[in-house]
Design a protein around this ligand. Structure first.
Ligand code: TRP
Length: 335
């Protein structure tokens, strides 16, 4: 039996952090064995918000894909590529834009939210930004994807993809597109060093490629339970982002010990952090080792992406040809 397909993408944000590792990459890595996986860098999606400042994109692609490989995405078991090297995504985006009602896009919650969030720095009243989810639908449907591993924030886009797939199948009386299912990672949200969600833009991230001294320093200066001012004050681990990271990186025994030590003021915050530092460094060790091997040969990353792009393109082309045929835009007699 054919394996079901998994499709997911990430905008090129550069070096990845612990939040990306736990939220997405570990899931992507697990899915490789069971499914035919397509993972790509959504560089066109980056342009929907950063069109006026594209200078970082190329470097960010290289950094991000280096991290993908370091974490264990394996180009022999999944297809890794850059969206814009498969122009079929763009042509399908155009064709799907013909059947997508404007009202579906205008009521997409992320459209208004991001406009409000970034609207003061960037003019997002563009055609491309409104069409962001149509491009995402094309990314998924061009591979006839069955499953889409994403974070909570992307659910509205997967829902729109489902609606577009159904509308296409219905309009043309075909079952060309599977209606794809989102796969939400069960992982808890990873807090950054200030207790807010870990994010590059909050400047609170611990990066997979941070040198050990930097990681040590970042964890040492993390906020804890703010009610625990003095060493002798008892604390509440559930109010400390350090404990949230323990939940991800520490053993059951260590978690029980630091929680108990915190509640009774039996240990200080630095003692608690020392255990976390040890465990984070332990977890990142093998990733960092692979990363430095890969980073020493940037042409390897380019080869992986070129090869992945070729494989992706062959599949994308065959879906696109069916869509062209169905929508009456096949030009066999002309070319
Ligand atoms: N919009 C997604 C994000 O910001 C990235 C993305 C683009 C994507 N195309 C996709 C994710 C297709 C899943 C499937 O994270």
């Amino acid at each position: 039996m054919e394996k079901k397909r998994v499709v997911s993408g990430a905008r090129p944000t550069g070096r990845l952090h612990l939040g990306n590792l736990v939220g997405a990459l570990e899931t992507w890595r697990e899915l490789q064995d069971q499914y035919e996986c397509f993972y790509f860098v959504a560089d066109w999606h980056a342009l929907t918000t950063d069109y006026s400042d594209p200078g970082q994109i190329q470097e960010n692609i290289l950094e991000m894909v280096t991290d993908w490989l370091a974490v264990g995405l394996d180009p022999n078991r999944c297809t890794l590529f850059v969206q814009s090297t498969v122009p079929e995504h763009a042509e399908l985006h155009l064709l799907l834009s013909m059947i997508t009602p404007l009202a579906w896009l205008e009521r997409n919650p992320t459209y208004k939210e991001i406009q409000q969030e970034l609207g003061e720095q960037k003019d997002l009243s563009t055609y491309g930004f409104l069409g962001y989810p149509v491009l995402q639908a094309a990314d998924i449907l061009i591979y006839q994807g069955n499953f889409v591993p994403v974070g909570q924030d992307q659910l509205p886009h997967v829902e729109l993809t489902r609606e577009i797939a159904r509308r296409f199948n219905h309009l043309y009386h075909r079952q060309l597109f599977p209606v794809p299912e989102p796969l939400l990672s069960p992982a808890p949200k990873v807090p950054g060093t200030d207790g807010r969600k870990m994010s590059k833009s909050y400047n609170n991230a611990i990066y997979l490629s941070d040198p050990p001294e930097v990681i040590r320093q970042k964890i040492k200066t993390m906020t804890t339970d703010t009610a625990r001012v003095r060493r002798n004050d008892p604390g509440d681990p559930e109010r400390s982002p350090v404990f949230s990271l323990h939940k991800i990186f520490s053993s059951e025994e260590e978690k029980a010990d630091v929680a108990q030590g915190c509640r009774t003021a039996g240990i200080g915050c630095l003692d608690c952090k020392a255990i976390l530092i040890h465990n984070v460094l332990q977890a990142l060790g093998p990733i960092q080792e692979r990363r430095s091997t890969i980073a020493a040969r940037p042409s390897f990353v380019m080869e992986v992406l070129a090869d992945g792009g070729k494989r992706a393109r062959a599949i994308a082309r065959s879906t696109l040809m069916e869509v062209q045929e169905i929508m009456g835009i096949h030009n066999k007699r002309i070319v």
